[in-house]
Design a protein around this ligand. Structure first.
Ligand code: GLN
Length: 518
């Protein structure tokens, strides 16, 4: 079921195999009808993650990129919408002339083709993958996921026995007496069997470790050897999960199933990502969504930067429509993230004004960048009606991107993905990045209206990064740390390679609180 940790489990399996020297790639299957996650409400499905190639995908791809340190592409997120669209387009072209087009074999063939294509697609920064992880979202028994499970069943028959392994992630709940219950696992294994699939490995998710008594029960009822039952207790930090699963023997069991030689795991990655905090900072994130998953990559990017500085970053989510200004004084830094629409906008502008005028470290991302420009226009330039064209009437210091004028469809049509940015010498941006040419990921429809740039600059706002005449970073010279980016640096942050603006921000928060110990 969703929220169980299938994505982290899949990413951890990848890490465990990568630590043994194998090239890994990963595919996420989302059985919904949307073509991609771009049009979905993040409040329901969590963050829309953006890849280098500009595809808007499920947040699990963010986990894969962070755990495996690879760059994925649109081919690595398969949805029912994509599969059906391809098959229906083929039917209209006449590719199946004379045939009745059906779920089996046409849809299942297309699914297998998509998996094979993604598995064989070269991933930048890595040789051709040896192993492809395929995570199937949803729950066994859902109508939506049936064609995908059927495709997997067929694929298993077509490949050699040792070329596939099925890992089933199940919930092991605790009853009121504190006993771990295996019945839900037994039932889902039965449901999987009815579809012709047998779980080779069961990863049991629970709040506390699963003992040998429970494991033996699962092994007996679900027809798999004891060593195939892996306990996955909730870990304090997701980057510890692969190590915990490794201790459970998952690496060896996987190697056995896949016919891999016994290799010793290189565990240096764990040393790089393990947290050892001596310091602490408190950061407020001001947004209209109170749900952490909406900003998963920001949460992770703060953690990556914090770890590099031995600093625990404690995050408080402030509702942009409800918080009170006096609350802001409690924090060492304020972050205003990306977002869409008018709701909560004024609260974001107020928080930015407060950060600017009190010398509190500030990091603005995408909408946070746009609101920083609106705030400066209103309160420094005195343009009281300054706003973004997205928000309604007023002086549009933030205007629609020219290439958006003729856009009529909303799916996949924003300015998306990687774009180069040139930084100005002698600026904070240049200091945090340490290089003049950078590349970051985007997802927006609006930008600073170029007509207002001279006025904003004359009033003291520094645009320290740009792509042609498109403003990408703004900052204030006489402030401990005031920086906002039109792009989303959080999408490129990795536990082993934290994002520079996040490092700069956390460092400034730490300096502000005078080095508070943990
Ligand atoms: N809504 C703004 C735009 O489309 C900002 C987008 C974002 O924050 N991702 O330009």
């Amino acid at each position: 079921m969703s929220g169980l940790g299938k994505g982290i489990t899949a990413a951890s399996v990848g890490r465990i195999l990568k630590n043994r020297g194998y090239g890994i790639t990963a595919v996420k299957i989302d059985p919904y009808l949307n073509i991609d996650a771009g049009t979905m409400n993040p409040g329901q499905h969590g963050e829309v993650f953006v890849l280098s190639d500009g595809s808007e995908v499920d947040l699990d791809l963010g986990n894969y990129e962070r755990f495996l340190d690879i760059d994925l592409s649109s081919a690595h997120n398969i949805t029912t919408g994509k599969v059906y669209r391809t098959v229906i387009d083929k039917e209209r072209r006449g590719d199946f002339l004379g045939e009745t087009v059906q779920i089996i074999p046409h849809i299942t063939d297309e699914i297998k083709e998509c998996i094979r294509f993604a598995a064989e697609k070269e991933v930048p920064g890595q040789k051709m993958a040896d192993i492809c992880l395929v995570e199937i979202g949803g729950t066994v028994g859902d109508i939506e996921s049936m064609p995908f499970l059927e495709a997997v069943r067929q694929m298993r028959g077509e490949l050699l026995l040792e070329d596939t392994v099925i890992i089933h992630v199940t919930l092991i709940p605790e009853d009121t007496m504190g006993d771990l219950k295996t019945k839900p696992t037994q039932h889902s294994v039965k449901a999987l069997r009815e579809l012709g699939l047998h779980a080779d490995i069961i990863v049991g998710r629970s709040d506390r470790p699963i003992g040998s008594h429970t494991k033996r029960k699962i092994s007996a009822f679900c027809d798999l050897p004891l060593k195939g039952v892996i306990s996955a207790a909730t870990a304090p930090d997701i980057y510890q999960v692969p190590l915990e699963l490794e201790k459970e023997g998952l690496g060896d069991v996987l190697s056995e199933h896949l016919g891999l030689e016994k290799r010793k795991a290189d565990i240096s990655w764990y040393h790089q990502v393990t947290q050892e905090y001596t310091e602490r900072v408190n950061v407020a994130i001001v947004s209209k969504y109170g749900i952490e998953d909406v900003y998963l990559s920001i949460k992770e990017a703060l953690k990556h930067a914090g770890r590099a500085l031995s600093t625990e970053v404690r995050i408080t989510w402030l509702d942009s429509e409800r918080y009170e200004q006096k609350q802001l004084a409690e924090f060492d830094g304020i972050l205003v993230p990306g977002g869409f629409g008018k709701r909560g906008m004024e609260g974001k502008v107020d928080a930015i004004e407060w950060a600017r005028t009190t010398g509190t470290p500030f990091l603005g991302l995408c909408l946070g960048f746009q609101m920083a420009v609106v705030e400066y226009s209103r309160h420094v330039l005195g343009w009281g009606d300054a706003t973004s064209a997205e928000m309604g009437e007023g002086k549009h210091v933030i205007a629609i991107l020219p290439e958006q004028y003729d856009v009529t469809e909303l799916g996949g049509t924003m300015r998306l993905g990687n774009s180069p940015i040139t930084l100005k010498d002698g600026t904070l941006a240049m200091k945090v990045y340490g290089q003049k040419e950078i590349e970051e990921r985007h997802r927006h429809r609006y930008e600073v209206d170029p007509r207002y740039i001279p006025d904003l600059e004359n009033a003291g706002l520094v645009f320290s990064g740009a792509f042609q005449n498109r403003m990408e970073i703004c900052e204030l010279p006489n402030h401990p740390f005031f920086m906002a980016t039109q792009f989303h640096p959080e999408f490129r942050s990795r536990p082993t390679r934290p994002s520079p603006p996040f490092i700069g921000f956390v460092k400034a928060c730490h300096e502000k609180n005078g080095g508070r110990a943990r």
